[in-house]
Design a protein around this ligand. Structure first.
Ligand SMILES: Cc1cc2nc3c(=O)[nH]c(=O)nc-3n(C[C@H](O)[C@H](O)[C@H](O)COP(=O)(O)OP(=O)(O)OC[C@H]3O[C@@H](n4cnc5c(N)ncnc54)[C@H](O)[C@@H]3O)c2cc1C
Length: 456
């Protein structure tokens, strides 16, 4: 894989003159900081991306600023990498060809909330969206475990799903993104309103298909949520309980996460709630259904070790969702830098058998962590197993063992869309759309491998 793109040839001073008045950051330390994300989760990407940075950070305050910047980038052929909270995992927000990072966090207003839909600017943090919509009876259908720091624009452009996906599926499922407004990267930028299926052109495209300036997101009714941890003597029982809970459609929930010992040992603030040697299931369930969860847990020999009202901030302990999804790996990395991870999806009809079969192949090397979710209408599980890293070759062997058994892998150790996604190629609609909205190939160059600009 190559990450070194051709030496940039643009004239930065003319570009700067053209965007005069739009806030910029040129302090080299800050520019380097804002050129990075959480790529260092991967020992492979850590080596590849460590020296990559933009020349300048530009911080638009409104859509008119975005249009000016897009026009100037097109005119002077300056690469542009959009950025939200910078929590992406695969170097999604790391510029490979210099140019500018477009920091969208100042565009953070809610435009309207009506009929269960919120229209919001891309730089709004998800924690702040919920803070404004919950008093009106609605909340985001799903959010990543980075809810407290990540932006809604970054989630739609870079994320896949998270807390809530056990009920609503992934972001890409029909109905989970209602509309997106984008600015194209042309000398005379166009503003496009993409509705329903058309809006998927900007989902998980790593900021290569237009600059998002507004999103319409469907919301869910608010429940009084509980944070729960249920402990089990062995992981098999935790798995059985998790599947039972995942399949119980009557129990209102948004998180079902089985995690095998020794991983809970990494959760330092939750030491008392994660008994030595026991596997756990982290869950978020609506308060009226606690009795049902205890009933199901009892059937599988589990005991509830933690119950607290879910709070993004101000609780005695952090929210339990920060033990789940890609936070599980982060908690482990805080203690052991040799840990890395994989991303997989189990076929819905064989989840438990395949998890057990694959775990048995890599004892002490693959540390089990699954997220139950709905995928295409069926309850299944994604594997975000931790791995005691040995080498790229060993990682490839572990991936091959999954794929041989029909478990798909989304590789988190590569920077391109095509290599990272499960279907191994750029979505043809996204590729075609990119030609329309970024004809010079200036948006996050190097991330959509199959795109070749027709004009220079
Ligand atoms: C600890 C941890 C936990 C995580 N948990 C989850 C999880 O549960 N689920 C999940 O899906 N992901 C998860 N992620 C990945 C990431 O946090 C999420 O995808 C997050 O929503 C990204 O938001 P951000 O604002 O940080 O985006 P950034 O990292 O800043 O950007 C992500 C991508 O979106 C593009 N982008 C940003 N803003 C715009 C815009 N306005 N227009 C066009 N493109 C744009 C960027 O160029 C980049 O390619 C996790 C990451 C970490 C480090």
């Amino acid at each position: 894989m190559t990450t070194s793109l051709a030496e940039p040839t643009y004239d930065l001073s003319r570009f700067r003159d053209a965007i005069d008045g739009v806030p910029i950051i040129d302090d080299p330390i800050l520019v380097r900081q804002r050129s990075r994300d959480f790529f260092w989760y991967s020992p492979i990407l850590k080596q590849l991306l460590n020296d990559k940075k933009a020349d300048l950070v530009v911080c638009p305050c409104n859509e008119a600023d975005v249009v000016r910047v897009a026009a100037a980038c097109a005119r002077y052929r300056v690469p542009l990498t959009p950025r939200g909270g910078g929590t992406g995992n695969y170097g999604q927000a790391v510029p490979l060809a210099g140019g500018i990072v477009l920091d969208m966090m100042a565009m953070n207003g809610i435009e309207w909330l009506k009929g269960g839909i919120v229209r919001v600017q891309p730089g709004k943090k998800m924690i702040d969206i919920d803070a404004e919509t919950i008093p009106r009876g609605f909340e985001l259908r799903m959010h990543p475990s980075t809810k407290r720091t990540a932006s809604i624009g970054g989630f739609v452009a870079g994320g896949s799903g998270g807390i809530g996906s056990i009920t609503y599926g992934g972001l890409r499922e029909p109905g989970n993104v209602q509309a997106a407004r984008i600015v194209t990267l042309e000398e005379q930028p166009r503003i496009l309103e993409l509705r329903e299926a058309d809006a998927l052109a900007v989902n998980h495209s790593y900021g290569t298909t237009g600059i998002i300036t507004a999103l319409e997101m469907p919301l869910a009714p608010v429940w009084p949520w509980l944070d729960l941890i249920v402990a089990f003597d062995d992981f098999d029982a935790a798995l059985d309980f998790s599947q039972g809970l995942a399949l119980s459609d009557g129990i209102v929930k948004k998180l079902v996460t089985p995690i095998a010992w020794p991983v809970p040992g990494y959760f330092k603030p939750f030491k008392d709630q994660c008994p030595e040697g026991m596997s756990i299931v982290v869950a978020m369930v609506a308060e009226p259904f606690l009795g049902w969860v205890k009933f199901l847990a009892g059937r599988h020999g589990g005991s509830v070790t933690h119950t607290a009202p879910s709070r993004d901030e101000g609780g005695e302990l952090p929210p339990v969702y920060e033990l789940t999804w890609n936070h599980t790996t982060l908690q482990a990395l805080k203690v052991d830098r040799s840990i890395t991870y994989l991303q997989s999806m189990y076929p819905a009809d064989r989840v438990l058998a395949l998890v057990r079969e694959i775990n048995a192949l890599f004892p002490d090397e693959l540390l089990a962590h699954l997220e139950f979710l709905r995928y295409a209408g069926r309850a299944t599980a994604a594997g975000l197993h931790l791995i005691r890293y040995r080498s790229p070759e060993r990682l490839a062997e572990i991936f091959a063992a999954h794929e041989k058994r029909g478990v798909t892998i989304a590789d988190p150790h590569v920077v391109t869309l095509e290599d990272g996604v499960r279907h191994k190629r750029a979505d043809s609609d996204q590729l075609g759309f990119k030609r329309q909205v970024d004809p010079y190939g200036l948006m996050n160059p190097g991330k959509m491998r199959s795109f070749v600009p027709e004009v220079r």
